[in-house]
Design a protein around this ligand. Structure first.
Ligand SMILES: [Zn+2]
Length: 456
């Protein structure tokens, strides 16, 4: 049996050793700011403590699933008359002859007199255990669980780790997933750090973390599953489908269905690197709010291809975003740190933890993106870097023919910002070389069935 402790952590530790890029240790206390970053209290919502009353019930802000009224009146019913019988408000209502008042909740019409009946408390059930993967996770408890997703070639079970942190107080359920592409490691470390930092005692709500969704790929340093399928093209999956579809089904039904919101963590793919960015279908207000809550990077509109986890979650009514940062096969300290701060910002925004948001700079939105492709074969030398602003006609790179010494330039047809670029220098016509974020006023969908270079 594979367990969270024996396989992934050991593998992660080994990668930590060889990488040399990951900062040592994880702070238990507040976040350590990277150079140039500053804590900001004025661009985000108020400190979570300001929106939690003494009982930890959310009184305002995004996380308003908890009952607003201590009397337990469901949302929308707390406008029931609060006046005592014969009080001035009741008289006012009577005099106004409010047409809806006879049938209004909490009122009884008796021979011309209005008697106000106190509303019956109808609060949600008490905050209790989370039932997941056949276990109960009690409030204040952290449990390392496992989900059997498939079997190995030897017939033994393949289980992925799932960590559930059940807060002591009521709140939303935020899910963190990483490693859907087994060679994308930054997200694995972001999830590990978040699990390491978060205490159930101070948490309002629940965090469900899946640090390595594609364990097959992770063990083989591969983006894919053993059948060469991309797991992130088969959600929500099928119980009797192909291998990828079955694994997607197990994850979606047993974990994702529990989520109120989802952050899926990725990197660029195949010798490409991404400027840290949130990708989401910004036509959905829930996704846009979640993207803004992350607050740590640029936001890119993308509707999400069919079969991606975030698209499937979104279709199931779960706001979902992905954090794309850096490149595969590496642990990159700055990209990881930025991701940890972003997830933490979301927790603060949702009222799940107390603290201040961390401002990591401008949160610019790009409503459209386009790839610029090579027109000639040869060796590409980049003339721009990730994050550079470019204008139409700017030279992005130069392609040199190593045999005949021919030279051609790659010119940007767009004004925007470089949000992704190729790292391997070898080009043939049609290779996607530079990904440009294009500003605008409203989301523009690109055809994902044509764009095979989407990284997620
Ligand atoms: Zn990915």
């Amino acid at each position: 049996m594979l367990s969270f402790r024996s396989i992934p952590v050991a593998a992660v530790a080994a990668l930590l050793l060889v990488s040399g890029e990951v900062r040592a240790g994880s702070p238990d206390a507040g976040p350590e700011l990277p150079p140039g970053f500053s804590a900001s209290e004025d661009d985000g919502p108020p400190d979570a403590s300001a929106v939690l009353d003494a009982e930890g019930q959310t009184a305002a802000g995004p996380a308003t699933k908890a009952p607003a009224a201590k009397a337990g009146a469901p949302e929308g019913k707390d406008k029931a008359p609060q006046a005592k019988p014969g009080g001035p408000e009741a008289k006012g209502a009577e005099q106004a002859g409010a047409p809806d008042s006879p049938g209004a909740p909490g009122t009884v019409q008796l021979e011309g007199q209005m008697e106000v009946v106190p509303p019956v408390p109808q609060g949600p059930p008490p905050w209790g255990s989370l039932a997941i993967l056949g276990k109960e996770v009690a409030p204040g408890e952290v449990r390392e669980l496992s989900l059997r997703i498939s079997e190995s070639f030897s017939g033994s079970g393949v289980e992925i780790p799932v960590v559930a942190i059940r807060g002591e107080k009521r709140g939303p359920t935020l899910c963190l997933t990483a490693g859907i592409h087994g060679d994308e490691l930054n997200g694995v470390e972001i999830v590990r750090e978040m699990v390491d930092q978060t205490r159930a005692r101070g948490l309002a709500g629940t965090i469900i973390a899946v640090p390595i969704a594609n364990l097959h790929g992770f063990q083989g340093s591969s983006r894919y599953l053993p059948d060469r399928r991309d797991l992130n093209r088969f959600f929500p999956g099928k119980a009797r489908g192909n291998t990828a579809s079955r694994i997607a089904f197990e994850i979606f039904q047993n974990v994702i269905r529990h989520c109120d919101k989802l952050i899926d963590l990725h990197t660029g793919s195949f010798h490409r690197s991404n400027l840290p960015q949130i990708r989401a279908d910004l036509k959905d207000p829930g996704n846009l709010a979640l993207a803004k809550a992350f607050g740590a990077t640029v936001i890119v509109h993308n509707s999400g291809g069919k079969g991606t986890l975030r698209r499937a979650a979104q279709d199931a009514g779960i706001p979902a975003i992905i954090y794309e940062a850096g490149e595969p096969m590496r642990f990159q300290a700055q990209e990881i740190k930025r991701g940890v701060f972003g997830v933490r910002n979301v927790l603060v925004n949702l009222g799940m933890i107390k603290g201040s948001r961390v401002n990591l700079g401008e949160q610019r939105i790009f409503y459209e993106t386009r790839w610029v492709r090579a027109e000639r074969g040869g060796i590409l030398v980049n003339e721009v870097r990730l994050g550079d602003e470019v204008r139409e006609g700017d030279i992005l790179g130069t392609i040199t023919d190593p045999i005949r010494k021919g030279k051609s330039v790659v010119v940007s047809p767009y004004r925007g910002r470089v949000i992704g670029m190729v790292l391997a220098p070898v080009m043939i016509p049609g290779y996607a070389a530079f990904h440009i974020g294009i500003p605008g006023n409203k989301p523009v969908d690109t055809d994902d069935t044509i764009d095979q270079d989407r990284p997620e």
